[in-house]
Ligand binder design. Structure first.
Ligand code: ADP
Ligand code: MG
Length: 692
């Protein structure tokens, strides 16, 4: 018998801030660094004689300091006169400087400076040039200087060094067999060297607009990796097992159908059938259900849940916020509890004994349906038999959370089925670049009887007119009385200001509308119970006007609300505006949305408001949003780092995509090892993503 003495783990060297920043960008391996490509370049390969400097140009000069002095003009500044024998002088002007700068720029020193040239009354000058002291005969660099996507924690100089050494160490051997890479594209190693360190005189335009053959090679490789990983993920999913849930008759499903106060739209019927087909199979469903705000996704989720419960499995529904989770909870309780379904409620604010009791009901299987927030995927939550996981507003969750949900069935060596729901329709091509493996169902019509929402734009100077409009709405002689939302934006810098803003608006409206109108206030700092009280008062019509910060963004369902006012609409994103607007127009009354904006508007602000005024169609809004923001931003901050495609654009590079599509199956069949190595090279540090 050997006695093992527990060794303390070897001390891990602490990471520096830039090292942590590299990690955060996913730059872990040498190859990741080699594939971190420049945004643009600086040309330090040439010197321009001072006498030939042109106004407005960006140039590099080299000369001797003839004079260096501090002057107080409008403010203290360092003025340095440089001469290079070309017959003219250049004035370098530094408004912020350190004593060390002054030392470097001493009279007689040889200085290399780059910056924008201004030619004015007093001659040529550069304000805040980049400069360094050099030996008079110091050689010029032979290659253009790369500028990488960097960040505050990751200085450009640090990143340049890290990338250069990653590039030098990485294995860049050609992995793809002959005949795989489209004709005319360079080997990977040559392409990477050309992109990181283009030789002096390289065509900057094609390098920077990514049409250069070296870029084409990188994009082709990336698209090929994506095609291969998609095929692999599909094959891997085919091997996984999930509970096969045959729809049985006479059970919950039938009863829910019978109890619903409406009939399903044809689109809802179609997607329910698509989901049922997946659930009946013994392999995990991985499906995105997309449908515009108000298209009725919740009932589809409820019907899918009945299929799972009818087959004897538990179902979990996870939403990104407590308010949204609670809306689902109420709706599901009203539909399913009368049918004998046990429903558990798990959120962050539910703690202590109440939580323990819920967790026990989930573990015993007594709870058939579990509704909640992230709390549903905490480690201590073990399901007896989780068969179906539903994620609402899935784009608000990350890869790790989707994986955590799926791991909740591990003890049975089965995977639960996964249904993700989104009101932000993702164009098909874009979905492909974020999910290795995904089926999509779309609800493309709204329930009948909705009157389209009319959207009006108002400059903030016409606030009075808007208040008058609110008065008209809430005093209209109809039963039940009409209701109004007033949404204040999130103030990025300060939660405090945020609250102040909403509180001030609340007071202003309460004063303007008088005692006959009840105005409520809802904001993110309130306790969950306080929020619930205000929500209940608005739902029941006790409050006619609700002033809220964006906490109401998703999920509120008050059919009487017929007017939505959004203050500082220019600060919201398009998807968010559309979501907010979708809180009205839920009943029979004609509804309106007023977008209050502050001038001057930025170009994107203008484009967003214009799109809102012109269309109610969520798919059209998503298209315009994508145009305005580009794919990374469109997918949201969290997911832009999750993109499987960084360089290629599925729309723009469709010719390369075609070629990659044609090559992928051949490569998998004839050269499986090369295919695996290629995927590892491109997506190695993202291997988790391919499962999520
Ligand atoms: P979303 O897709 O935005 O989640 P909801 O599921 O909240 O939409 O549905 C919006 C409203 O429409 C709810 O009040 C819901 O009960 C109702 N609804 C859903 N389907 C239908 C239908 N087929 N006919 C009439 N009303 C429906
Ligand atoms: Mg919804």
């Amino acid at each position: 018998m050997s006695t093992a003495i527990a060794q303390p783990p070897p001390p891990q060297p602490a990471l520096s801030a830039p090292q942590r920043a590299l990690r955060k960008l996913g730059l872990l391996r040498d190859i990741d660094l080699a594939l971190h490509l420049p945004l643009r370049y600086e040309d330090e390969t040439r010197l321009v004689p001072i006498a030939s400097l042109r106004d407005g140009s960006l140039a590099q000069v080299q000369g001797t300091v003839r004079e260096s002095r501090i002057e107080i003009r409008s403010r203290r500044q360092l003025l340095v006169v440089l001469e290079d024998g070309s017959g003219s002088e250049l004035l370098l002007r530094l408004l912020n400087f350190y004593p060390s700068n002054q030392k470097t720029l001493a009279v007689g020193a040889t200085i290399r400076a780059r910056g924008e040239v201004r030619v004015g009354f007093f001659g040529r000058e550069m304000v805040h040039p980049v400069f360094k002291a050099v030996a008079p005969d110091a050689p010029l660099p032979q290659a253009l200087t790369p500028v990488y996507p960097a960040s505050a924690q990751l200085p450009q100089a640090y990143l340049r060094k890290a990338v250069a050494s990653g590039l030098a160490r990485a294995n860049l051997a050609e992995l793809l067999p002959e005949g795989t890479v489209p004709a005319g594209l360079p080997p990977l190693r040559d392409a990477l060297l050309a992109l990181h360190h283009p030789a002096a005189g390289s065509p900057l335009d094609t390098l920077e607009d990514h049409s250069h053959p070296a870029w084409q090679r990188l994009k082709f490789d990336e698209l090929l990796a994506q095609q291969l990983s998609q095929a692999q993920a599909q094959a891997a999913r085919a091997l996984l097992r999930a509970p096969a849930m045959a729809a049985r008759t006479g059970a919950l499903r039938e009863q829910l159908h019978a109890a619903l106060p409406f009939t399903l739209t044809p689109a809802q019927q179609r997607v329910v059938a698509e989901i049922d087909t997946d659930l009946a199979r013994p392999r995990p469903m991985h499906r995105l259900l997309q449908g515009d705000v108000g298209s009725g996704k919740t009932v589809v989720a409820a019907l899918a849940a009945t299929t799972a419960m009818d087959a004897g499995w538990q179902c979990a529904l996870m939403a990104p916020t407590e308010i949204l989770a609670e809306q689902h909870f109420r709706k599901l309780i009203s539909w399913l509890e009368p049918l004998g379904v046990g429903i558990a409620w798990l959120t962050g604010s539910r703690k202590g004994k109440a939580r323990t009791a819920m967790v026990e009901r989930v573990a015993s299987g007594e709870a058939h349906l579990v509704v909640g927030t992230h709390a549903v995927i905490q480690d201590d939550v073990a399901f007896a038999r989780l068969g179906l996981a539903i994620v609402d507003e899935q784009h608000r969750f990350g890869v790790a959370q989707r994986l955590a949900l799926r791991s909740k069935l591990e003890q049975h060596q089965l995977e639960p089925h996964l249904l993700m729901m989104s009101a932000t329709p993702i164009p098909r091509t874009l979905a492909m670049s974020y999910y290795a493996d995904l089926d999509v169902s779309t609800i493309d019509e709204l329930p009948p009887g909705r009157t389209p929402i009319v959207t009006k734009l108002f400059a903030d100077s016409r606030r009075d007119a808007v208040v008058a409009r609110i008065r008209q709405e809430v005093t209209a002689p109809v039963e039940p009385r009409r209701q109004v939302y007033w949404v204040c934006p999130l103030v990025e810098e300060s939660e405090h200001l945020d609250l102040q803003n909403a509180t001030a608006t609340h007071a202003e409206l309460a004063a303007a509308l008088g005692a006959a109108v009840q105005v409520g206030l809802l904001h993110g700092r309130m306790k969950a119970t306080e929020k619930a009280t205000v929500m209940a008062q608005f739902s029941s019509g006790q409050l006619q006007v609700l002033v809220a910060t964006t906490v109401i963004e998703v999920g509120m369902d008050v059919p009487n609300a017929s007017l939505m006012v959004i203050e500082h609409a220019e600060r919201f994103g398009l998807a968010q505006l559309h979501q907010l607007r979708g809180r009205v127009g839920r009943g029979a009354a004609a509804s309106a949305c007023v977008l209050l904006y502050t001038t001057p508007l930025s170009a994107t602000g203008k484009a967003r408001l214009k799109a809102m005024a012109e269309t109610n169609d969520g798919f059209e809004i998503a298209r315009r949003d994508l145009d305005i923001r580009g794919p990374g931003e469109f997918m949201g901050a969290r997911q832009s780092g999750d993109a499987l495609l960084r360089f290629a654009d599925l729309a723009e590079d469709s010719a390369l995509l075609q070629q990659a599509r044609a090559v992928a199956p051949r490569l998998l069949r004839d050269h499986p090892q090369a295919a695996a190595a290629h995927v590892a090279r491109w997506l190695g540090s993202k291997s988790d993503y391919l499962k999520a």
